[in-house]
Design a protein around this ligand. Structure first.
Ligand code: TYD
Length: 429
């Protein structure tokens, strides 16, 4: 079954209101006009900007043209980044690509910004063509769809238009293709039905079921974050999850030790301050036991469902803390963990780089230390040294980020490095 699927952009692949609204507000401010109200802003999503400026905001043609220049300047500078890929869209596109489908965009937005949006969010990896408006191609959806179809369209088993507004469905029908109404966007069920949509999907997963029934999505991704206690891991995990979410990666968060009911019980046992008599061997085996359970009941199923598992620590922590800190040896701890990890390693591991003394200082200010954090300074120095050894052994996997600066700057660097690797991997697969 060979299919071609043409997607609308705004409201179908990406959720663009943040950028549109910020640019509209900015335009009014610059032009000395009152800020548009919520209702006006809502109506601006979808129709051409000139129409919005004239009809919704009451501008003259001349003023509207000036407004367009102001709007575009901000949009091209920052507005296009104030956008989000809908959850599940990456999975939909990856599944279609796995099937060998032709995928393209047909949007009423101008060509250049549409290409920039697709490139910024790494969606271009899945797209055979991006068609936006140009001097030669107006915002007429039928024409845009026709231009987005493959040259040998007649040889395909099915041609589809997927969009969230009546214009997409009507344009699709006029272009002679099948139509799927995307209910996650801006149009209502009534609007899409009235326009004549052949089928409706409530979620991108439902669209997968309609477009390529029975096809399993390709595997998702595995990302972990490591660092000494006090490296700011909690905050940075939060920020990374937000950034990945904006790019449409469906993030499921977990942690080690823990991550599931059985593993969490083991966590309590390991970290309890009462268990001062626990031997280093027992501790290492308990971490590995917790991991064996976690890999099988959480990590692997999430990845197999096509989502992204973001883990607070993984096997590197055992190698650093038990192998280095406790002195059990890097190789020995790797061996203990072989059956636990079961061949599964993160695609990217963020290492928040901070010296152990500075990290400990920060850690003690924050809250009561657990059993491991109560260890003397030399222990933490060995943990740090073991991490450095691991990074030197596997520089491809580690994304090392200096954790001493301003939180926002660290978060931006972490997100940039992780997204780069994830998108590279998508391009290869
Ligand atoms: P973490 O959850 O990061 O600590 P917190 O919730 O207090 O911020 O990790 C708990 C402790 O467990 C931490 O000191 C590191 C240690 N640890 C190991 O020693 N080996 C391991 O394999 C793992 C996963 C953690």
């Amino acid at each position: 079954m060979r299919i071609a699927v043409i997607f609308d952009l705004d409201g179908t692949l990406t959720r663009s209101e943040e950028g549109i609204w910020n640019c509209a507000r900015h335009t009014c401010r610059v032009m000395g006009l009152p800020e548009p109200d919520a209702d006006t802003l809502r109506q601006m999503i979808g129709p051409p900007l000139m129409w919005s400026f004239v009809t919704l905001m009451g501008m003259t043609e001349e003023k509207a043209k000036e407004a367009l220049v102001v709007y575009r300047e901000r949009f091209n500078r920052v507005g296009y980044l104030e956008n989000r890929v809908y959850p599940g869209i990456r999975r939909l596109l990856r599944t279609l690509k796995k099937q060998g489908a032709w995928c393209a965009i047909a949007t009423g937005k101008p060509q250049r910004p549409s290409e920039r949006i697709a490139a910024h969010f790494g969606l271009d990896a899945f797209l055979d063509r991006i068609v936006g408006t140009t001097d030669d191609l107006s915002a007429d959806k039928e024409q845009l769809i026709r231009a987005a179809l493959p040259e040998d369209a007649a040889s395909y088993d099915a041609l589809w238009m997927v969009g969230d507004r009546c214009y997409d469905i009507e344009g699709g029908l006029r272009a002679g293709v099948r139509t799927l109404g995307a209910l996650w966007g801006y149009g209502s069920r009534e609007e899409l039905q009235k326009a004549g949509a052949e089928v409706l999907a409530g979620t991108p997963q439902e669209a997968i079921d309609l477009l390529c029934p029975g096809v399993q999505p390709p595997c998702g991704q595995f990302v972990s974050m490591e660092g000494l206690d006090g490296s700011g891991k909690g905050t940075q995990l939060e920020r990374l999850a937000e950034a990945l979410d904006r790019f449409g990666f469906e993030v499921v968060r977990s942690r080690e030790p823990g991550g599931g009911p059985i593993s969490e019980r083991i966590r309590e046992l390991i970290l309890s301050r009462e268990n001062t008599g626990m031997t280093a061997e027992c501790e290492a085996l308990l971490y590995a036991a917790s991991r064996a359970q976690h890999v099988r009941d959480t990590i692997r199923p999430v990845i197999e469902s096509g989502k992204l598992l973001l883990c607070d620590r993984f096997v590197d922590s055992s190698i650093a803390y038990q192998g280095g800190g406790r002195g059990l040896g890097v190789q020995e701890v790797m061996d203990i963990n072989r059956p636990a990890v079961d061949g599964l390693m993160p695609l990217v591991t963020v290492y928040l780089d901070i010296g152990h003394l500075e990290a400990l200082g920060r850690r003690y200010q924050a809250s009561e230390p657990d059993r491991l954090e109560m260890e003397p300074e030399a222990f933490h120095a060995r943990v740090e040294a073991a991490y450095k050894e691991l990074i030197a052994r596997d520089p491809e996997r580690f994304a090392v980020v200096d954790a001493r600066g301003v939180r926002e700057a660290i978060a931006a660097e972490v997100a940039e490095k992780v997204l780069k690797r994830l998108m590279e991997a998508e391009r290869i697969s």
